[in-house]
Each structure stands twice: as C-alpha cells, then as structure tokens.
Design a protein around this ligand. Sequence first.
Ligand code: DSN
Length: 426
Amino acid sequence: MPFWDWRGLALYEQHLNYLKEHDPDIFGYLEEEKKRQMDGIELIPSENLVSQGVLEALGSVATNKYSEGYPGKRYYGGNEVIDKIENTAIERAKKLFGAEHVNVQPNSGSPANMAVYWALLSPGDTALGMKLTEGGHLTHGHPVNFSGKLYNFLQYGVDKENEMLNYETIAQLADKEKPKLLLCGFTAYPRKIDFKKFRKIADETGAVCMADISHIGGLCATGVHENPSPYFDVVTTTTHKTLRGPRSAIIMCKKNFAEKIDKAVFPGLQGGPHEHVIAAKAVAFKEAATPEFKNYAAQIVKNAKKLAQVLMDNGLRLVSGGTDTHLMLVDVTAFGISGKGAETALEECHIYCNKNTIPFDTKSPWDPSGIRIGTPVLTTRGMKEKDMQEVGDFISDCLHNANDKEKLKQIRGRVNKFCLQFPFYK
Ligand code: DSN
C-alpha cells in the first residue's frame, strides 16, 4: 500500500465508531462531508486529502496537553513526551527544507505571518508585498487586514503585458521605498517564482527577505519548485496544501532571527501550542521526505500543465497563458458570467473551485472575473495526465452551459461516475 493511501473502510468506521453510536448528528455530517469529498472533483488549489498517519495523530491524546513554552522550557509540568514530539517535528522540518531554525507552533498561515511581522517590524514600518488582487494574500498588506493596518505595506503587482512578475519594477519600487521587509510567495500566482532575484533585491535595499511558500510548500520541499528556505531570512508555510499535512503552519528562519521569532509566537501571540497538530505535522514531514512524495509533487505539476492545456485547447483564457505550478487562474468573462457564477455552476456539477480576481480585474473580489483551480487533491486521488482531459472537458462543458440546469445535472452525473474510479477514503 503506498503510504498516502487510506487503509480502507473498516478502519475509518472504527475511527468514528463512538460518534456513530453516541453523536449521530455529528457522525452523520462527517459521513456526508466524506461523501461530498469523494463524489466530486476538488479543484481548490489550497486543499488536499491527508494520509491515515496525519489523521491518526490529529485524533490522538496529544490534544490533551498544555505545553506553553518550548521543548525543555515549559510553563507546565508533564511535558517530557510532548518535548519529544515537538523536537521530532522541528528536526524533520529543518532537514526537509534545509532550514537553520524552525518554529512548529503557529496555528495557521495568518498567525505565522503575523508572528514574523511582530518579531521583525515595528508598527508603521515599511514593507513590500504582492497585491491581493494580483496573487498576494490578505496578510501581505491588504488594507482590511492587520498587516495593512499596522504596517506601511506597499504593494507590487504583475506586469500588464504578460500577467507575470516584473522583477525590474519590483527592484525599482524597493530601491525607492527602502522597505524593512521584502515579501514574496503568493496564493494565486501560477508561475514559478525566481527567489534568487528577490534575494538580490532585498540585499541591494537592505531589506529582510521573506517568502510565504504556503501554496508551493510541498513543491519546494521536494525540489519540484526552487526552495528558498536555505538562503532566505524567513520563510513561512502552511502545512495543509501541497505539503499534505494537517491544517497548520511553520516558520523557518536564519539562526539570528530565531529568538525574536520564537518570542513573537509565544508569548507574543499564542498560548498553548496544539501538540496533536504538531505531531501530525511531524508525520507529514516524514512522508514528504520520501521518494514517493517527490514523484507525487512532480505529478501535481504535470497534471496542472496538462489541465491548463486542455482548457486552453477548449478555448478558455488562462491568466499568463498557463501554469508552472499546481494552480491556474481562468478568466471566465468570455462566457458572459462572473467568477461567482462560474463557481456556482461548477458546484452544481460537484466540481469545486473558488472565485478569484484576475490581474487588473474591474470587478469586486466578491464577484470577480475569474476562478482559481489546481490539481493537488486530484493527484492525491491518483489521477494522471490522461485523466485531466476528462476533468478539463467537464469544466468547459459546465462553463458553456452555466445557465442550463438540465445540462448541469447531466454533467453532475458524469462527474460522480468519473470519481468512483478514484476512491481514497473508501
Ligand atoms: N485561504 C488560502 C488559499 O485558499 O489560498 C490562503 O490563506
């Protein structure tokens, strides 16, 4: 059995046996959600399906323990074993990413980024990050977010011509504004990031060089995408996207930033770490260090490239004309619908994606011009390039018939049948 497979129905049911008998409401909802995940095509690029090992650690007794502090220096007794778990997670993450120092306690991506800013910036300091509407994240300086409110976060975007990063423009902006922190790494950018160029810009302007590799964490860990961790000052990543771990995050940094970062996470921003999640992160890091995971990460990108080609062959416009990673942005305006309309029509067919702005979008983020899709979940289910033809055809058929309820129902039937070929949580 490959390590990423679920062990089968018997074990899953055993896992939920107590709930089945004593809390049929929650048991029923969990079964319904499992069925939804298995019957549909999941294209949200920030989601994945975790392994049995990760799920077991999440449901373990480590959830019972308070362990404020760090290994060897806790504010509660009884942490001898918890220290072993947290140290294992730290050592595995350091090895996996080639990082000098790792903090495995952040509860998720936003708190991880918050801790970095809290450690390295003072309120009002200037930082430079990517606009949300062109591929950045809320925590990269958006005005409604703490990052944009607390700090003077200036924003760069993509080039109008090719919808890709223009490193010269970013260098000019950095040279003019002299940010204390230069941030790269994005949630809706389909192209490779030239981390070395960002490092050079940071060096030339004296900025701390930070990457948020949440989306491509699994690709960076395996060398499928360049990994900035060994030479960037700070790198954050969530652990539940292409890394296929639990819903959480880590911060990696150079030794000289370690003390400040650790203090910012605890006691600066968080209390007791979630040690069951830290155990699950350790499990995921072990899985990600295997040759099978490297093949898996490479397959995610192969599948994405093939899916992009099928969609473009079917006449759809992709932002920047394709993808180098696990995700792509589809401009749906040619169908006479918005991203919200596309998301809803696809959902009718049990195909899940999220509406997303496209660069230079004239519509609002609540009802933008595009959708964002990706291949991590499909690849986890065992799909290969040949299967992307069918997935791409489902998407195109659905968007062409977005207002035809009967057609959407027919497509849904075909989608459900297609998914039966790729059981995961059987
Ligand atoms: N919500 C994540 C995503 O979907 O990309 C980022 O936080």
